[in-house]
Design a protein around this ligand. Sequence first.
Ligand code: LLP
Length: 417
Amino acid sequence: MNAFNYRERQLYAEDCKVSDIVAEVGTPLYIYSRETLERHFRVFDQALNGLEHIICFSVKSNSNLAVLRLFANLGGGADIVSGGELFRCLKAGMDPGRIVFSGVGKTTDEIRYALASGILMFNVESEMELDRIQEVASAMGKVAPISFRVNPDINPKTHPYISTGLKKNKFGVEVDRAVALYKKAARMNAIRILGIDCHIGSQLTTLSPFEETVLKLREIVEELQEEGIPIRWIDLGGGLGITYRDEAPPSPEAYADTVRRAASGMTQGFIFEPGRVMAGNAGILVTRVLYVKRGPVKTFIIVDAGMNDMVRPSLYDAYQEIRPVVETDRKIMADVVGPICESGDFLAKEREVPDAEPGDLLSVMSAGAYGFTMASNYNSRPRPAEVLVNGNEFFVIRARETFEDLVRGERIPPWLS
Ligand code: LLP
């Protein structure tokens, strides 16, 4: 369920006509629904009723300040993976005490920044990182709250690029070494052990990998308990999938029930890091048809959004549904492609799509997560604007980039004059 529906054959975002928004803001354009974002948060939150928890929205999925503020207002925290994401969260008014910091390559500067900001905990991904955090915290006269991100070697059964919990992946510490590392950390004077963490992958459509994960973490927590190392928070990462096409991912309720069952009797609080399930179906990318090219073997619908604006189809061969902004019953087999000079630049391939004429608007659905955040300036294309809809009003939450934005920070050395 989402807020993008047709009324009299016109696509609406909540109570705003998409074509009206485009008339003011132009294309390509990301449009998010406040109502959908809030509903997704509330459904997840309510599903976890009875389980002490913090929902740390995964900032990498959608990092717009307005989106972060919206979740902060609902009591959410954040899962961050860089100093830049921390900066965004703080700027959006998020409580640093509800921020967890994951990622295999935290720099010294990022560690310092996070310590100075008072984040909830670092999800430590290697022994060397632990040593570095100890060093930095000690030099600052601080104690760093940490958890270890454990790599449980569980197959999430998703796309290999977004699987993270397998032995061959770069993430987390080996499950067999976890207890030894906790013991080492317990002896460090600038480290405080607070939690245990795991994130096995993204776009999961079955519950069993989550269940296995909880059971695995549970074993470690119990072992640590026996070693006199109590764990306060269990961070289960993100990963719950959404419907792009015909996937039938488990509901937040079913997910929460699985966690509740696998964790029954445990006294820890739980942290969740959902990204896609919060933002994915709360956003669309609207693009305008520039040309229709009927080639000898294929028809190409050439639109003004390219792989720089939305890379998921090119990078993961991901399916994003394409809908017309003015509903039509006419369909055509075509590739929907962007203006980028690469054959890999497509939004849909060999697909039955709405028949479109130059000037028509198309909507790329399920674009609210890993859409804008993965956009780039490739081919020197300014990144799209972003709009947040609220009932019958909308607000530009990120202005379209300008050509001047493209060259900001670039300088020609005097010896080239
Ligand atoms: N926590 C950690 C540590 C993560 O690495 C991720 C995603 C999440 C939470 C959120 O996962 P989610 O709930 O959104 O599945 N660009 C890819 C997805 C990459 C996900 C990376 N990590 C895509 O467009 O499908």
